[in-house]
Design a protein around this ligand. Structure first.
Ligand SMILES: [Zn+2]
Length: 95
């Protein structure tokens, strides 16, 4: 395996796609690796795939980061649950 930086070795689709999970795991889905961008330019298959993945990642992000906090009613339920629970147990040593 050579480690020359001068001219990027063209990737195969399989090699390219192997790196995709890492790219998206890194967060943005933005591709900075010249080898990968080079492959994207020349390969419609993979550029379509990346577009799909970026779209999906985007949707997932919106699901994971909702604009308003969902926790209000959830917390209420939890607190009610806790209150119901502790009301079953007599409070210890209350003067
Ligand atoms: Zn490809």
């Amino acid at each position: 395996m050579t480690l020359k930086n001068s001219s990027p070795i063209p990737l195969s689709c399989a090699e390219f796609q192997e790196q995709l999970p890492d790219l998206f795991a890194a967060g943005s889905g933005a591709i900075h690796d010249p080898q990968l961008t080079e492959h994207l330019k020349t390969c419609e298959n993979c550029s379509a795939l990346v577009r799909d993945l970026q779209y999906i990642a985007d949707q997932a992000k919106q699901l994971l980061q909702p604009t308003h906090e969902p926790s209000d009613s959830v917390w209420k339920k939890i607190q009610e649950g806790l209150a119901a629970d502790s009301s079953l147990v007599p409070e210890p040593s209350k003067n």
